[in-house]
Design a protein around this ligand. Structure first.
Ligand code: ADE
Length: 248
């Protein structure tokens, strides 16, 4: 991407806009934000409350602990973001929830490389009134989960998704190849890496890595990636074998 083109942009609807950019303001993503390779627009959901106490939630029908975000408040926030987006806007709208589709590297690649950015909706408390979710899903909103565990809100999930996307944006990571070989890009977990010293706590660096023979090194790395994937992630290993079968 050239500096003149529009940066990849993230709009995040949240009750805690001060959590952003948070960790994304540091390291590679922080530098990329400063350089204008991506942009961030946190939107305070509370600004769309209509009562004088600016309340955003209420007790849930049917009883039980916890509060539910009101449909009208969340809807008004989404409407405004969509309005600002205009009819040209084609950023995916994603609601972060443990009930969503599990995020994987293929989805990350799609959001980062095939879309001008993302609009993320973060829930809190017990959730958001189901009707507003239904309404926006009818307009194309997707539910995304970052894993099978429950966070106290969608913000950390949103930061995770953004981090995974931002590092793929052109110009964020210097060497293209450092992305090409990493875990999941080829459907395998990453092979082990070593640096100096050659001997550390009586542990040595595998001989082949010192050989200078690039073919042998590549073959060793491939074997290690396959071995580790088989042991740790039989699910990925099966998928990898299927993919390789299809390619042959
Ligand atoms: N909000 C709470 N838990 C979550 C999860 N696992 N993934 C995405 N959003 C969430």
């Amino acid at each position: 991407m050239t500096r003149a083109s529009k940066p990849w942009s993230a709009t995040v609807l949240t009750l805690f806009p001060e959590m952003f950019p948070g960790p994304l303001g540091h390291s590679l993503s922080g530098k990329a934000l400063e350089e204008g390779l991506w942009s961030l627009d946190p939107v305070q959901i509370r600004d769309f409350a209509t009562d004088k106490h600016r309340s955003v939630d209420d007790t849930c029908f049917g009883g039980g602990a916890g509060m539910v975000l009101r449909p009208n408040v969340v809807d008004a926030a989404l409407e405004q973001v969509k309005l600002r987006e205009g009819s040209e806007g084609n950023r995916p709208l994603l609601y972060l929830t443990p009930r969503g589709k599990p995020l994987d590297q293929a989805m990350v690649r799609r959001y980062a490389l095939e879309s001008p950015g993302v609009i993320l909706l973060c829930g809190r408390y017990e959730g958001i009134d189901h009707r507003v979710m239904e309404h926006w899903e009818e307009q194309g909103m997707e539910e995304v989960s970052i894993g099978d565990y429950v966070l106290s809100g969608g913000e950390i999930a949103a930061l995770t998704l953004l981090d995974a996307c931002i590092r793929l944006l052109p110009g964020v990571i210097g060497k293209e190849e450092s992305l090409a070989n990493e875990s999941f890009e080829l459907g395998l977990l990453e092979y082990p890496q070593y640096t100096r010293p050659q001997v550390w706590k009586n542990k040595i660096v595998p001989e082949v890595l010192l050989s200078g023979d690039h073919q042998k090194i590549a073959a060793w790395r491939q074997k290690e990636a396959e071995r580790i994937t088989q042991i740790r992630r039989p699910d990925l290993w099966v998928r990898y074998l299927e993919q390789m079968g299809r390619k042959q």
